[in-house]
Design a binder for this molecule. Structure first.
Ligand code: NAD
Length: 482
């Protein structure tokens, strides 16, 4: 693999994301030769760490995620890390950061290439972007910026953040990361859809009845109540992950697999996204909040959560497009915290083709994303010695050894940043459409709040509020995954 010279600056170098995801992923890229002698990483955060302390943290992070490590390699890898204590609002710190980056660029012959990674609380993204610009932190080689979610909290704030970032970076150099796009099964959607005639030929609105996307989490908000109060399930999960998944399921076939063609196909679809009316939101959307149990707190009792909070910890709803292979067809989604089990899956529900055997069976193509990875298709035969349909699943599975080879989403996406492949990142025009939709739903819910209509309460470790089973367009539709 070609070695990419670069100085990478991670804002939030002492954070959870850097520790659990970024440092292990960078080590793997180092082992693969993508970064080698000509790289340095500056970790910045508020704490007064030393270089040695950061290097120990990096080594710990790698040990925690790898069963076997080449200790010599790890020692050399960690020696490329430097710590800079930094307060995002202090201009002097950007000046120090700039001279450290220049010094490391000279020492490691990084050819003026920079990657800036914003791995901290989203409320700081705009400030950092502004100071990267006014303190001229970009250099003479390539300058790329990676931004974590959420990108804004509505269209207006996303637009402002985008302006702050585009002051220093062109759209091609902005990598808005959505780690779902780095997941193996999400990357399997297009080959599944496009290469097998049995599947490709049914992927349309005359054969598919509806599509269902479920991203269920079993954990509650844990220590992140304060952040969650500013977000809620709709902004936290639907605005990014669910919309990206839906886009891959509903987009027209791209001309080729280049980033440009993939994004062009996505944009063609998103230009036809239908923004739901208030009446449609009232009919096809449900928001919920988890209650407590003997051993767990209700959402409103969690730390840093208002006792009368209307923030939703669950949402179910519907998305439709005017164009594309599934134009006009409902795509249902739901996501929530404290649901029965952790499960991310997609169910493509096919129409009934014959009434000869009754309506009791349904025919689905299911893609399980997490925690296991598989695809299966319902196959119907007849029951042995009795009337009726016997269903079996035809499956696509991974062997244990194959599962172990699947890279973490962050490793894949970081590699893409190094090699400048924007295929699996969110473009500004896509994001704008997602926010338009989310803003419409949020506005309708604001009105509901004013009218005293609160989120539906749901018992923890079930499938969300009962009302979520009533969002469908017809009486013959139901959630396939119960
Ligand atoms: P975190 O709270 O663990 O880390 C935040 C970092 O910011 C720390 O290094 C902290 O020292 C630093 N920081 C805070 N205030 C600062 C200031 N004023 N000046 C300088 N540094 C300051 O957060 P995290 O979980 O690592 O999340 C970071 C980002 O990644 C968020 O945008 C989050 O949405 C996103 N993300 C995280 C995960 C994850 O698994 N943790 C997954 C997906 C996305």
């Amino acid at each position: 693999m070609k070695n990419i010279p670069v100085v990478m600056i991670i804002f939030g170098g002492s954070g959870d994301l850097a520790h659990r995801k970024l440092y292990p992923a960078l080590f793997n890229l180092y082992e693969q030769g993508l970064i080698h002698d000509n790289f340095a990483v500056i970790g910045t955060a508020r704490r007064p760490w030393t270089n040695d302390f950061l290097r120990d943290q990096v080594s710990d992070a790698v040990h925690e995620t790898h069963s076997a490590v080449n200790e010599n390699d790890l020692k050399t890898f960690a020696s490329h890390f430097y710590y800079q204590s930094h307060d995002v609002t202090n201009i002097d710190h950007y000046k120090t950061l700039k001279s450290l980056a220049q010094e490391l660029d000279d020492r490691y012959s990084a050819q003026g290439n920079r990657i800036f990674y914003m791995a901290m609380a989203p409320r700081f993204f705009g400030t950092i972007a502004e100071h990267i610009n006014d303190q001229h932190l970009t250099s003479t080689g390539f300058n790329r910026i990676v931004i974590e979610k959420p990108f804004g909290r509505d269209l207006a704030s996303a637009e402002k953040l985008n302006q702050q970032i585009t002051a220093s970076f062109t759209e091609d150099d902005i990598f808005r990361i959505d780690h779902y796009l780095g997941k193996e099964m999400i990357q399997n959607i297009l080959p599944l859809r496009l290469t097998n005639p049995l599947i490709k030929n049914v992927w349309n609105n005359s054969t598919i009845k509806n599509i269902q996307v479920t991203l269920a989490e079993q954990l509650g908000v844990e220590a992140r109540g304060g952040y969650y109060e500013t977000s809620g399930a709709l902004r936290d999960m639907v605005q990014n992950h669910i919309f990206q998944i839906i886009t891959l399921l509903a987009m027209p076939e791209p001309e080729d697999l280049s980033s440009k063609s993939i994004h062009a196909a996505k944009q063609e679809l998103l230009d036809s996204l239908l923004i739901p009316s208030e009446a449609e939101i009232a009919r096809h959307f449900v928001r919920g909040q988890y209650l407590g149990s003997d051993t767990t707190f209700a959402y409103r009792q969690e730390a840093n959560v208002a006792a009368d909070s209307t923030t939703e910890t669950f949402v179910a709803g519907e998305v439709k497009f005017k164009q594309g292979p599934v134009a006009g067809m409902p795509i249902y989604f739901r996501t929530g915290k404290e649901m029965r089990e952790k499960k991310s899956r997609i169910d493509i529900v096919l129409k009934h083709m014959s009434n000869l055997y009754g309506q009791a069976h349904s025919n689905n193509i299911t893609i399980v994303i997490d925690p296991d990875m598989q695809i299966y298709i319902t196959i119907n035969g007849q029951k042995i010695n009795e009337p009726g349909i016997r269903r079996e699943n035809l499956g696509y599975h991974f062997a244990k050894e194959e599962e172990a080879q699947v890279p973490d989403g962050y490793e894949r996406l970081l590699r893409d940043v190094f090699v400048n492949d924007a295929t699996n990142f969110t473009q500004w025009n896509e994001l704008k459409k997602f926010w338009l939709f989310i803003d419409a739903v949020e506005a309708a819910w604001q009105k509901d709040n004013q009218a005293g209509q609160e989120p539906a309460q749901y018992l923890p470790y079930r499938m969300g509020p009962r009302a979520a089973s009533e969002i469908f367009e017809s009486a013959t539709e139901r959630w396939i995954y119960e």
